[in-house]
Design a protein around this ligand. Structure first.
Ligand SMILES: C[S@@+](CC[C@H](N)C(=O)[O-])C[C@H]1O[C@@H](n2cnc3c(N)ncnc32)[C@H](O)[C@@H]1O
Length: 244
């Protein structure tokens, strides 16, 4: 008789939850860090800079203020924030994936880059004048907790903005997006050498909270004046709110 070692059931990364999701997501971003910026440029037709500027404008930051870019990754929000807060301001980037953060080095040479988790932000209560998250919230295992943490570190009267992928609301655009997205992401996956990572993008977007659910999570974390706006025909959505 031949004894077989039982196989650990493996589930795709987009179905992982809790600490398993945290581990898998960190591993995936470690693997794609070297090609992330290139892939981002191709996938967004380089529009991501515009979307970031629009999102950053919702923070209403002033010269000399402090801003945290959470899930900062390769740090493309950092120079935008620096332009707004100036040399006297404080720009902080936090991410839990060292290889992504390494790519952020030099994007704003004065920024402070720190390893940290969005569900347990390594900053004091009421310590920053603004928080941005770009394409990060979708990857976090406990979004409600991350929203409460963001609220905790913000000073009263200050704002949080998050930009992420979304499912278009118009049926025709949704169909067109799906027709285009699957082969485009497949091609991109080949280009950067990880088809799973780019399958994760569409699968995690399809499983992501709806616009209204995200807004509700922000409100229950304590934000008021919560708004959202679609970009790119509803493939991208920006949410923002104020800590009262
Ligand atoms: C799609 S990338 C976005 C990077 C960057 N914000 C941008 O706009 O290009 C998502 C980033 O979120 C980070 N991330 C995911 N979950 C996180 C968590 N729980 N805590 C901290 N960072 C996290 C990943 O390591 C990755 O760098």
């Amino acid at each position: 008789m031949k004894l077989m070692t039982p196989q650990t059931p493996t589930r795709p990364i987009w179905e992982a939850q809790g600490d398993e999701k945290r581990r898998e997501v960190r591993g995936m971003f470690s693997a794609i860090a070297p090609t992330y910026d290139r892939a981002n440029a191709v996938m967004s037709f380089n529009f991501h800079h515009r979307w970031r500027k629009f999102a950053a404008s919702k923070l209403d930051l002033q010269l000399g203020e402090s801003v945290l870019d959470l899930c900062t990754g390769t740090g493309d929000f950092l120079p935008i924030h620096r332009t707004t807060v100036g040399e006297a301001g404080v720009v902080i980037g936090i991410d839990f994936c060292a290889p992504m953060l390494e790519k952020a080095v030099g994007k704003d040479s004065a920024a402070t880059l720190t390893i940290g988790d969005a569900c347990s932000i390594p900053l004091q209560d009421q310590s920053v004048d603004g928080v941005s998250v770009g394409w990060g919230i979708r990857n976090v295992p406990d979004i409600d907790r991350a929203h409460r943490e963001i609220n905790r570190v913000l000073k009263p009267g200050k704002r949080f903005v998050s930009v992420d992928c979304a499912e278009p609301r118009a049926a025709l655009i949704r169909i067109a997006t799906n027709v285009f997205r699957t082969p485009a992401l497949g091609l991109l996956g080949k280009l950067v050498g990880s088809s799973d990572a780019y399958k994760y993008l569409s699968e995690s977007t399809a499983r992501f909270k709806s616009r209204e659910e995200l807004a509700a999570s922000m409100r229950s974390a304590g934000f008021v004046d919560v708004h959202y706006k679609d970009l790119m025909f509803g493939n991208i959505c920006v949410h923002w709110g104020t800590k009262p």
